[in-house]
Ligand binder design. Structure first.
Ligand code: EPU
Length: 428
């Protein structure tokens, strides 16, 4: 087991480069199954969720070549059995993407129930609804989803609510279906657009990604390509908030500023200076930081994946902020950990009331999930004294080299090895 030890209170200064987007890359890696020739993905983040997706492909028989740290060649032509191994599926939500991609190629998929961060109940009913609309049937066998179709036939899919995962799975299942598929009430996240661009560059016919109606005309063949993953909106946002929380001055490079607009707007409301350039943003703080309320929304609203980090910043702002996050059932599990550091936050269901405390104090805490872990890192960097963060394997699911990148900004953060006692448990 490893943990981070942070001696906080130092402003972050300098430049940091953002890696490829986790939530795009996991979809792109799964979508290589749909490609009838070898393809190369660039700007793939070196994070554990990608390692697992690649392992799933390898276990199914794909030929994978790591060209360099962030570039991977995929040849999925040798996959014979559309079966995802149990031990890998249960560790992440993105394993569900193999349902859509295997169904799209083999007209059959056997994928154990996906795992992922514990944010409350995370059903896949909308994914299955999309597959059924295309002519598939599904059943649960031994705790796994078994989806089959004699033929996949283009059709109209209307999601009951906005869902990123089901939008991705519907695109993947429809891309080689016969005829026209129209998907309505789609998610509009940048990674949906990235997936559509990847598939279109292989010869797919997908229009409207990034709007709430996506039209897909099925094609028979997808050819090999070299494609670069978009920069990670949430990693960038996390460094923006870390710069603000430490009252630092950081140039965050390799970003698409448009993807950061909702985060930039909220930071400015808090009193943080954000300058936008073509492919970078600079974040600095001169004056006081003040209360700001927010509600998470699907893109282009404020992302739920930034809520724990931003709430941590709000503990340092003057006044009382109200944060509402109802995308998932439970995204406030980290609050008990922040309280150990002196935060004044009360939670009622999906609403947190955050009373600014002026400063945090170092403490031993645990990462309760990926973004909660990032919030603990930000709290540790901003706090006076030493913070020890346990369960950092959560953080490594989504942040490439976070400790190295932060040291490059002057942070005092160390990774230490501890005796393996299993995952630390929540104390509250
Ligand atoms: N939902 C259903 N049924 C479905 C699908 C979703 O009830 O069939 C519910 C979910 O339980 C949730 C809401 O709908 O309450 C939205 O879920 P969505 O499908 O949009 O989320 P997801 O695909 O499970 C992805 C990201 C999450 C991110 C959300 C929202 C990946 C691998 N995961 O999850 O990322 O929070 O979209 O933007 O892309 C993270 O990176 O830390 C993370 C959790």
């Amino acid at each position: 087991m490893e943990k981070f030890i942070i001696r906080g209170g130092k402003p972050l200064e300098g430049e940091v480069s953002i890696s490829g987007a986790k939530n795009a890359a996991v979809a792109l890696v799964a979508a290589t199954i749909l490609c009838d020739e070898p393809c190369i993905l660039e700007n793939v983040p070196e994070i554990s969720d990608i390692t697992k997706c690649v392992k799933i492909l390898k276990e199914m028989g794909a030929d994978i070549k790591i060209i360099n740290r962030n570039t991977i060649r995929f040849d999925t032509r040798n996959i014979r059995e559309p079966v995802v191994p149990y031990e890998l599926a249960i560790t992440m939500r993105a394993s569900s993407y193999f349902l859509g991609t295997l169904l799209g190629r083999f007209h059959e998929a056997y994928v154990p129930m996906p795992g992922g961060c514990d944010l409350g109940d995370r059903p896949i009913d909308q994914h299955l609804k999309a597959f059924r609309s295309l002519g598939a049937t599904d059943e649960i066998i031994n705790g796994a989803n078994h989806v089959t179709a004699k033929r996949l036939i283009g059709s109209q899919i209307y999601f009951d609510f906005i869902t990123v995962g089901a939008t991705i799975n519907a695109i993947c299942a429809a891309v080689k279906a016969e005829g026209l598929t129209i998907i309505e009430n789609c998610a509009k996240e940048p990674h949906i657009v990235d997936l559509a661009n990847f598939l279109n560059s292989m010869g797919a016919d997908i229009r409207g990604a990034g709007t709430d109606v996506i039209k897909i005309r099925g094609v028979d063949h997808l050819h090999g390509v070299t494609y670069a993953t978009i920069p990670d909106q949430i990693e960038a946002g996390t460094y923006m908030v870390a710069a603000a929380a430490t009252r630092g001055n950081v140039l965050i490079k390799n970003v698409i500023p448009k993807h950061l607009e909702s985060i930039t707007a909220k930071l400015r409301k808090v009193g943080v200076t954000v300058e936008e350039f073509d492919e970078s943003v600079r974040v600095s703080v001169d004056g006081p930081m003040v209360k700001t309320s927010l509600k998470t929304q699907p893109h282009p609203g404020f992302p739920t994946d930034m809520q724990p980090q931003f709430s941590t910043l709000l503990t340092l702002a003057e006044g009382t902020s109200i944060v509402t996050d109802d995308i998932f059932d439970n995204r406030f599990r980290y609050v008990g950990e922040l309280r150990k550091m002196g935060a004044d936050i009360s939670v009622d269901g999906k609403v947190a009331v955050i009373q600014g405390v002026g400063g945090l104090k170092g403490a031993p805490v645990i990462a309760t999930d990926l973004r909660a872990g990032a919030a603990m890192v930000i709290a540790g960097l901003a706090a006076q004294g030493t913070t020890e963060i346990d369960n950092i394997f959560y953080i490594e699911r989504g942040y490439e080299n976070i400790d190295e990148k932060l040291r490059g900004l002057g942070a005092d953060i160390r990774r230490v090895y501890t005796e393996d006692k299993g995952a630390a448990k929540l104390s509250s």
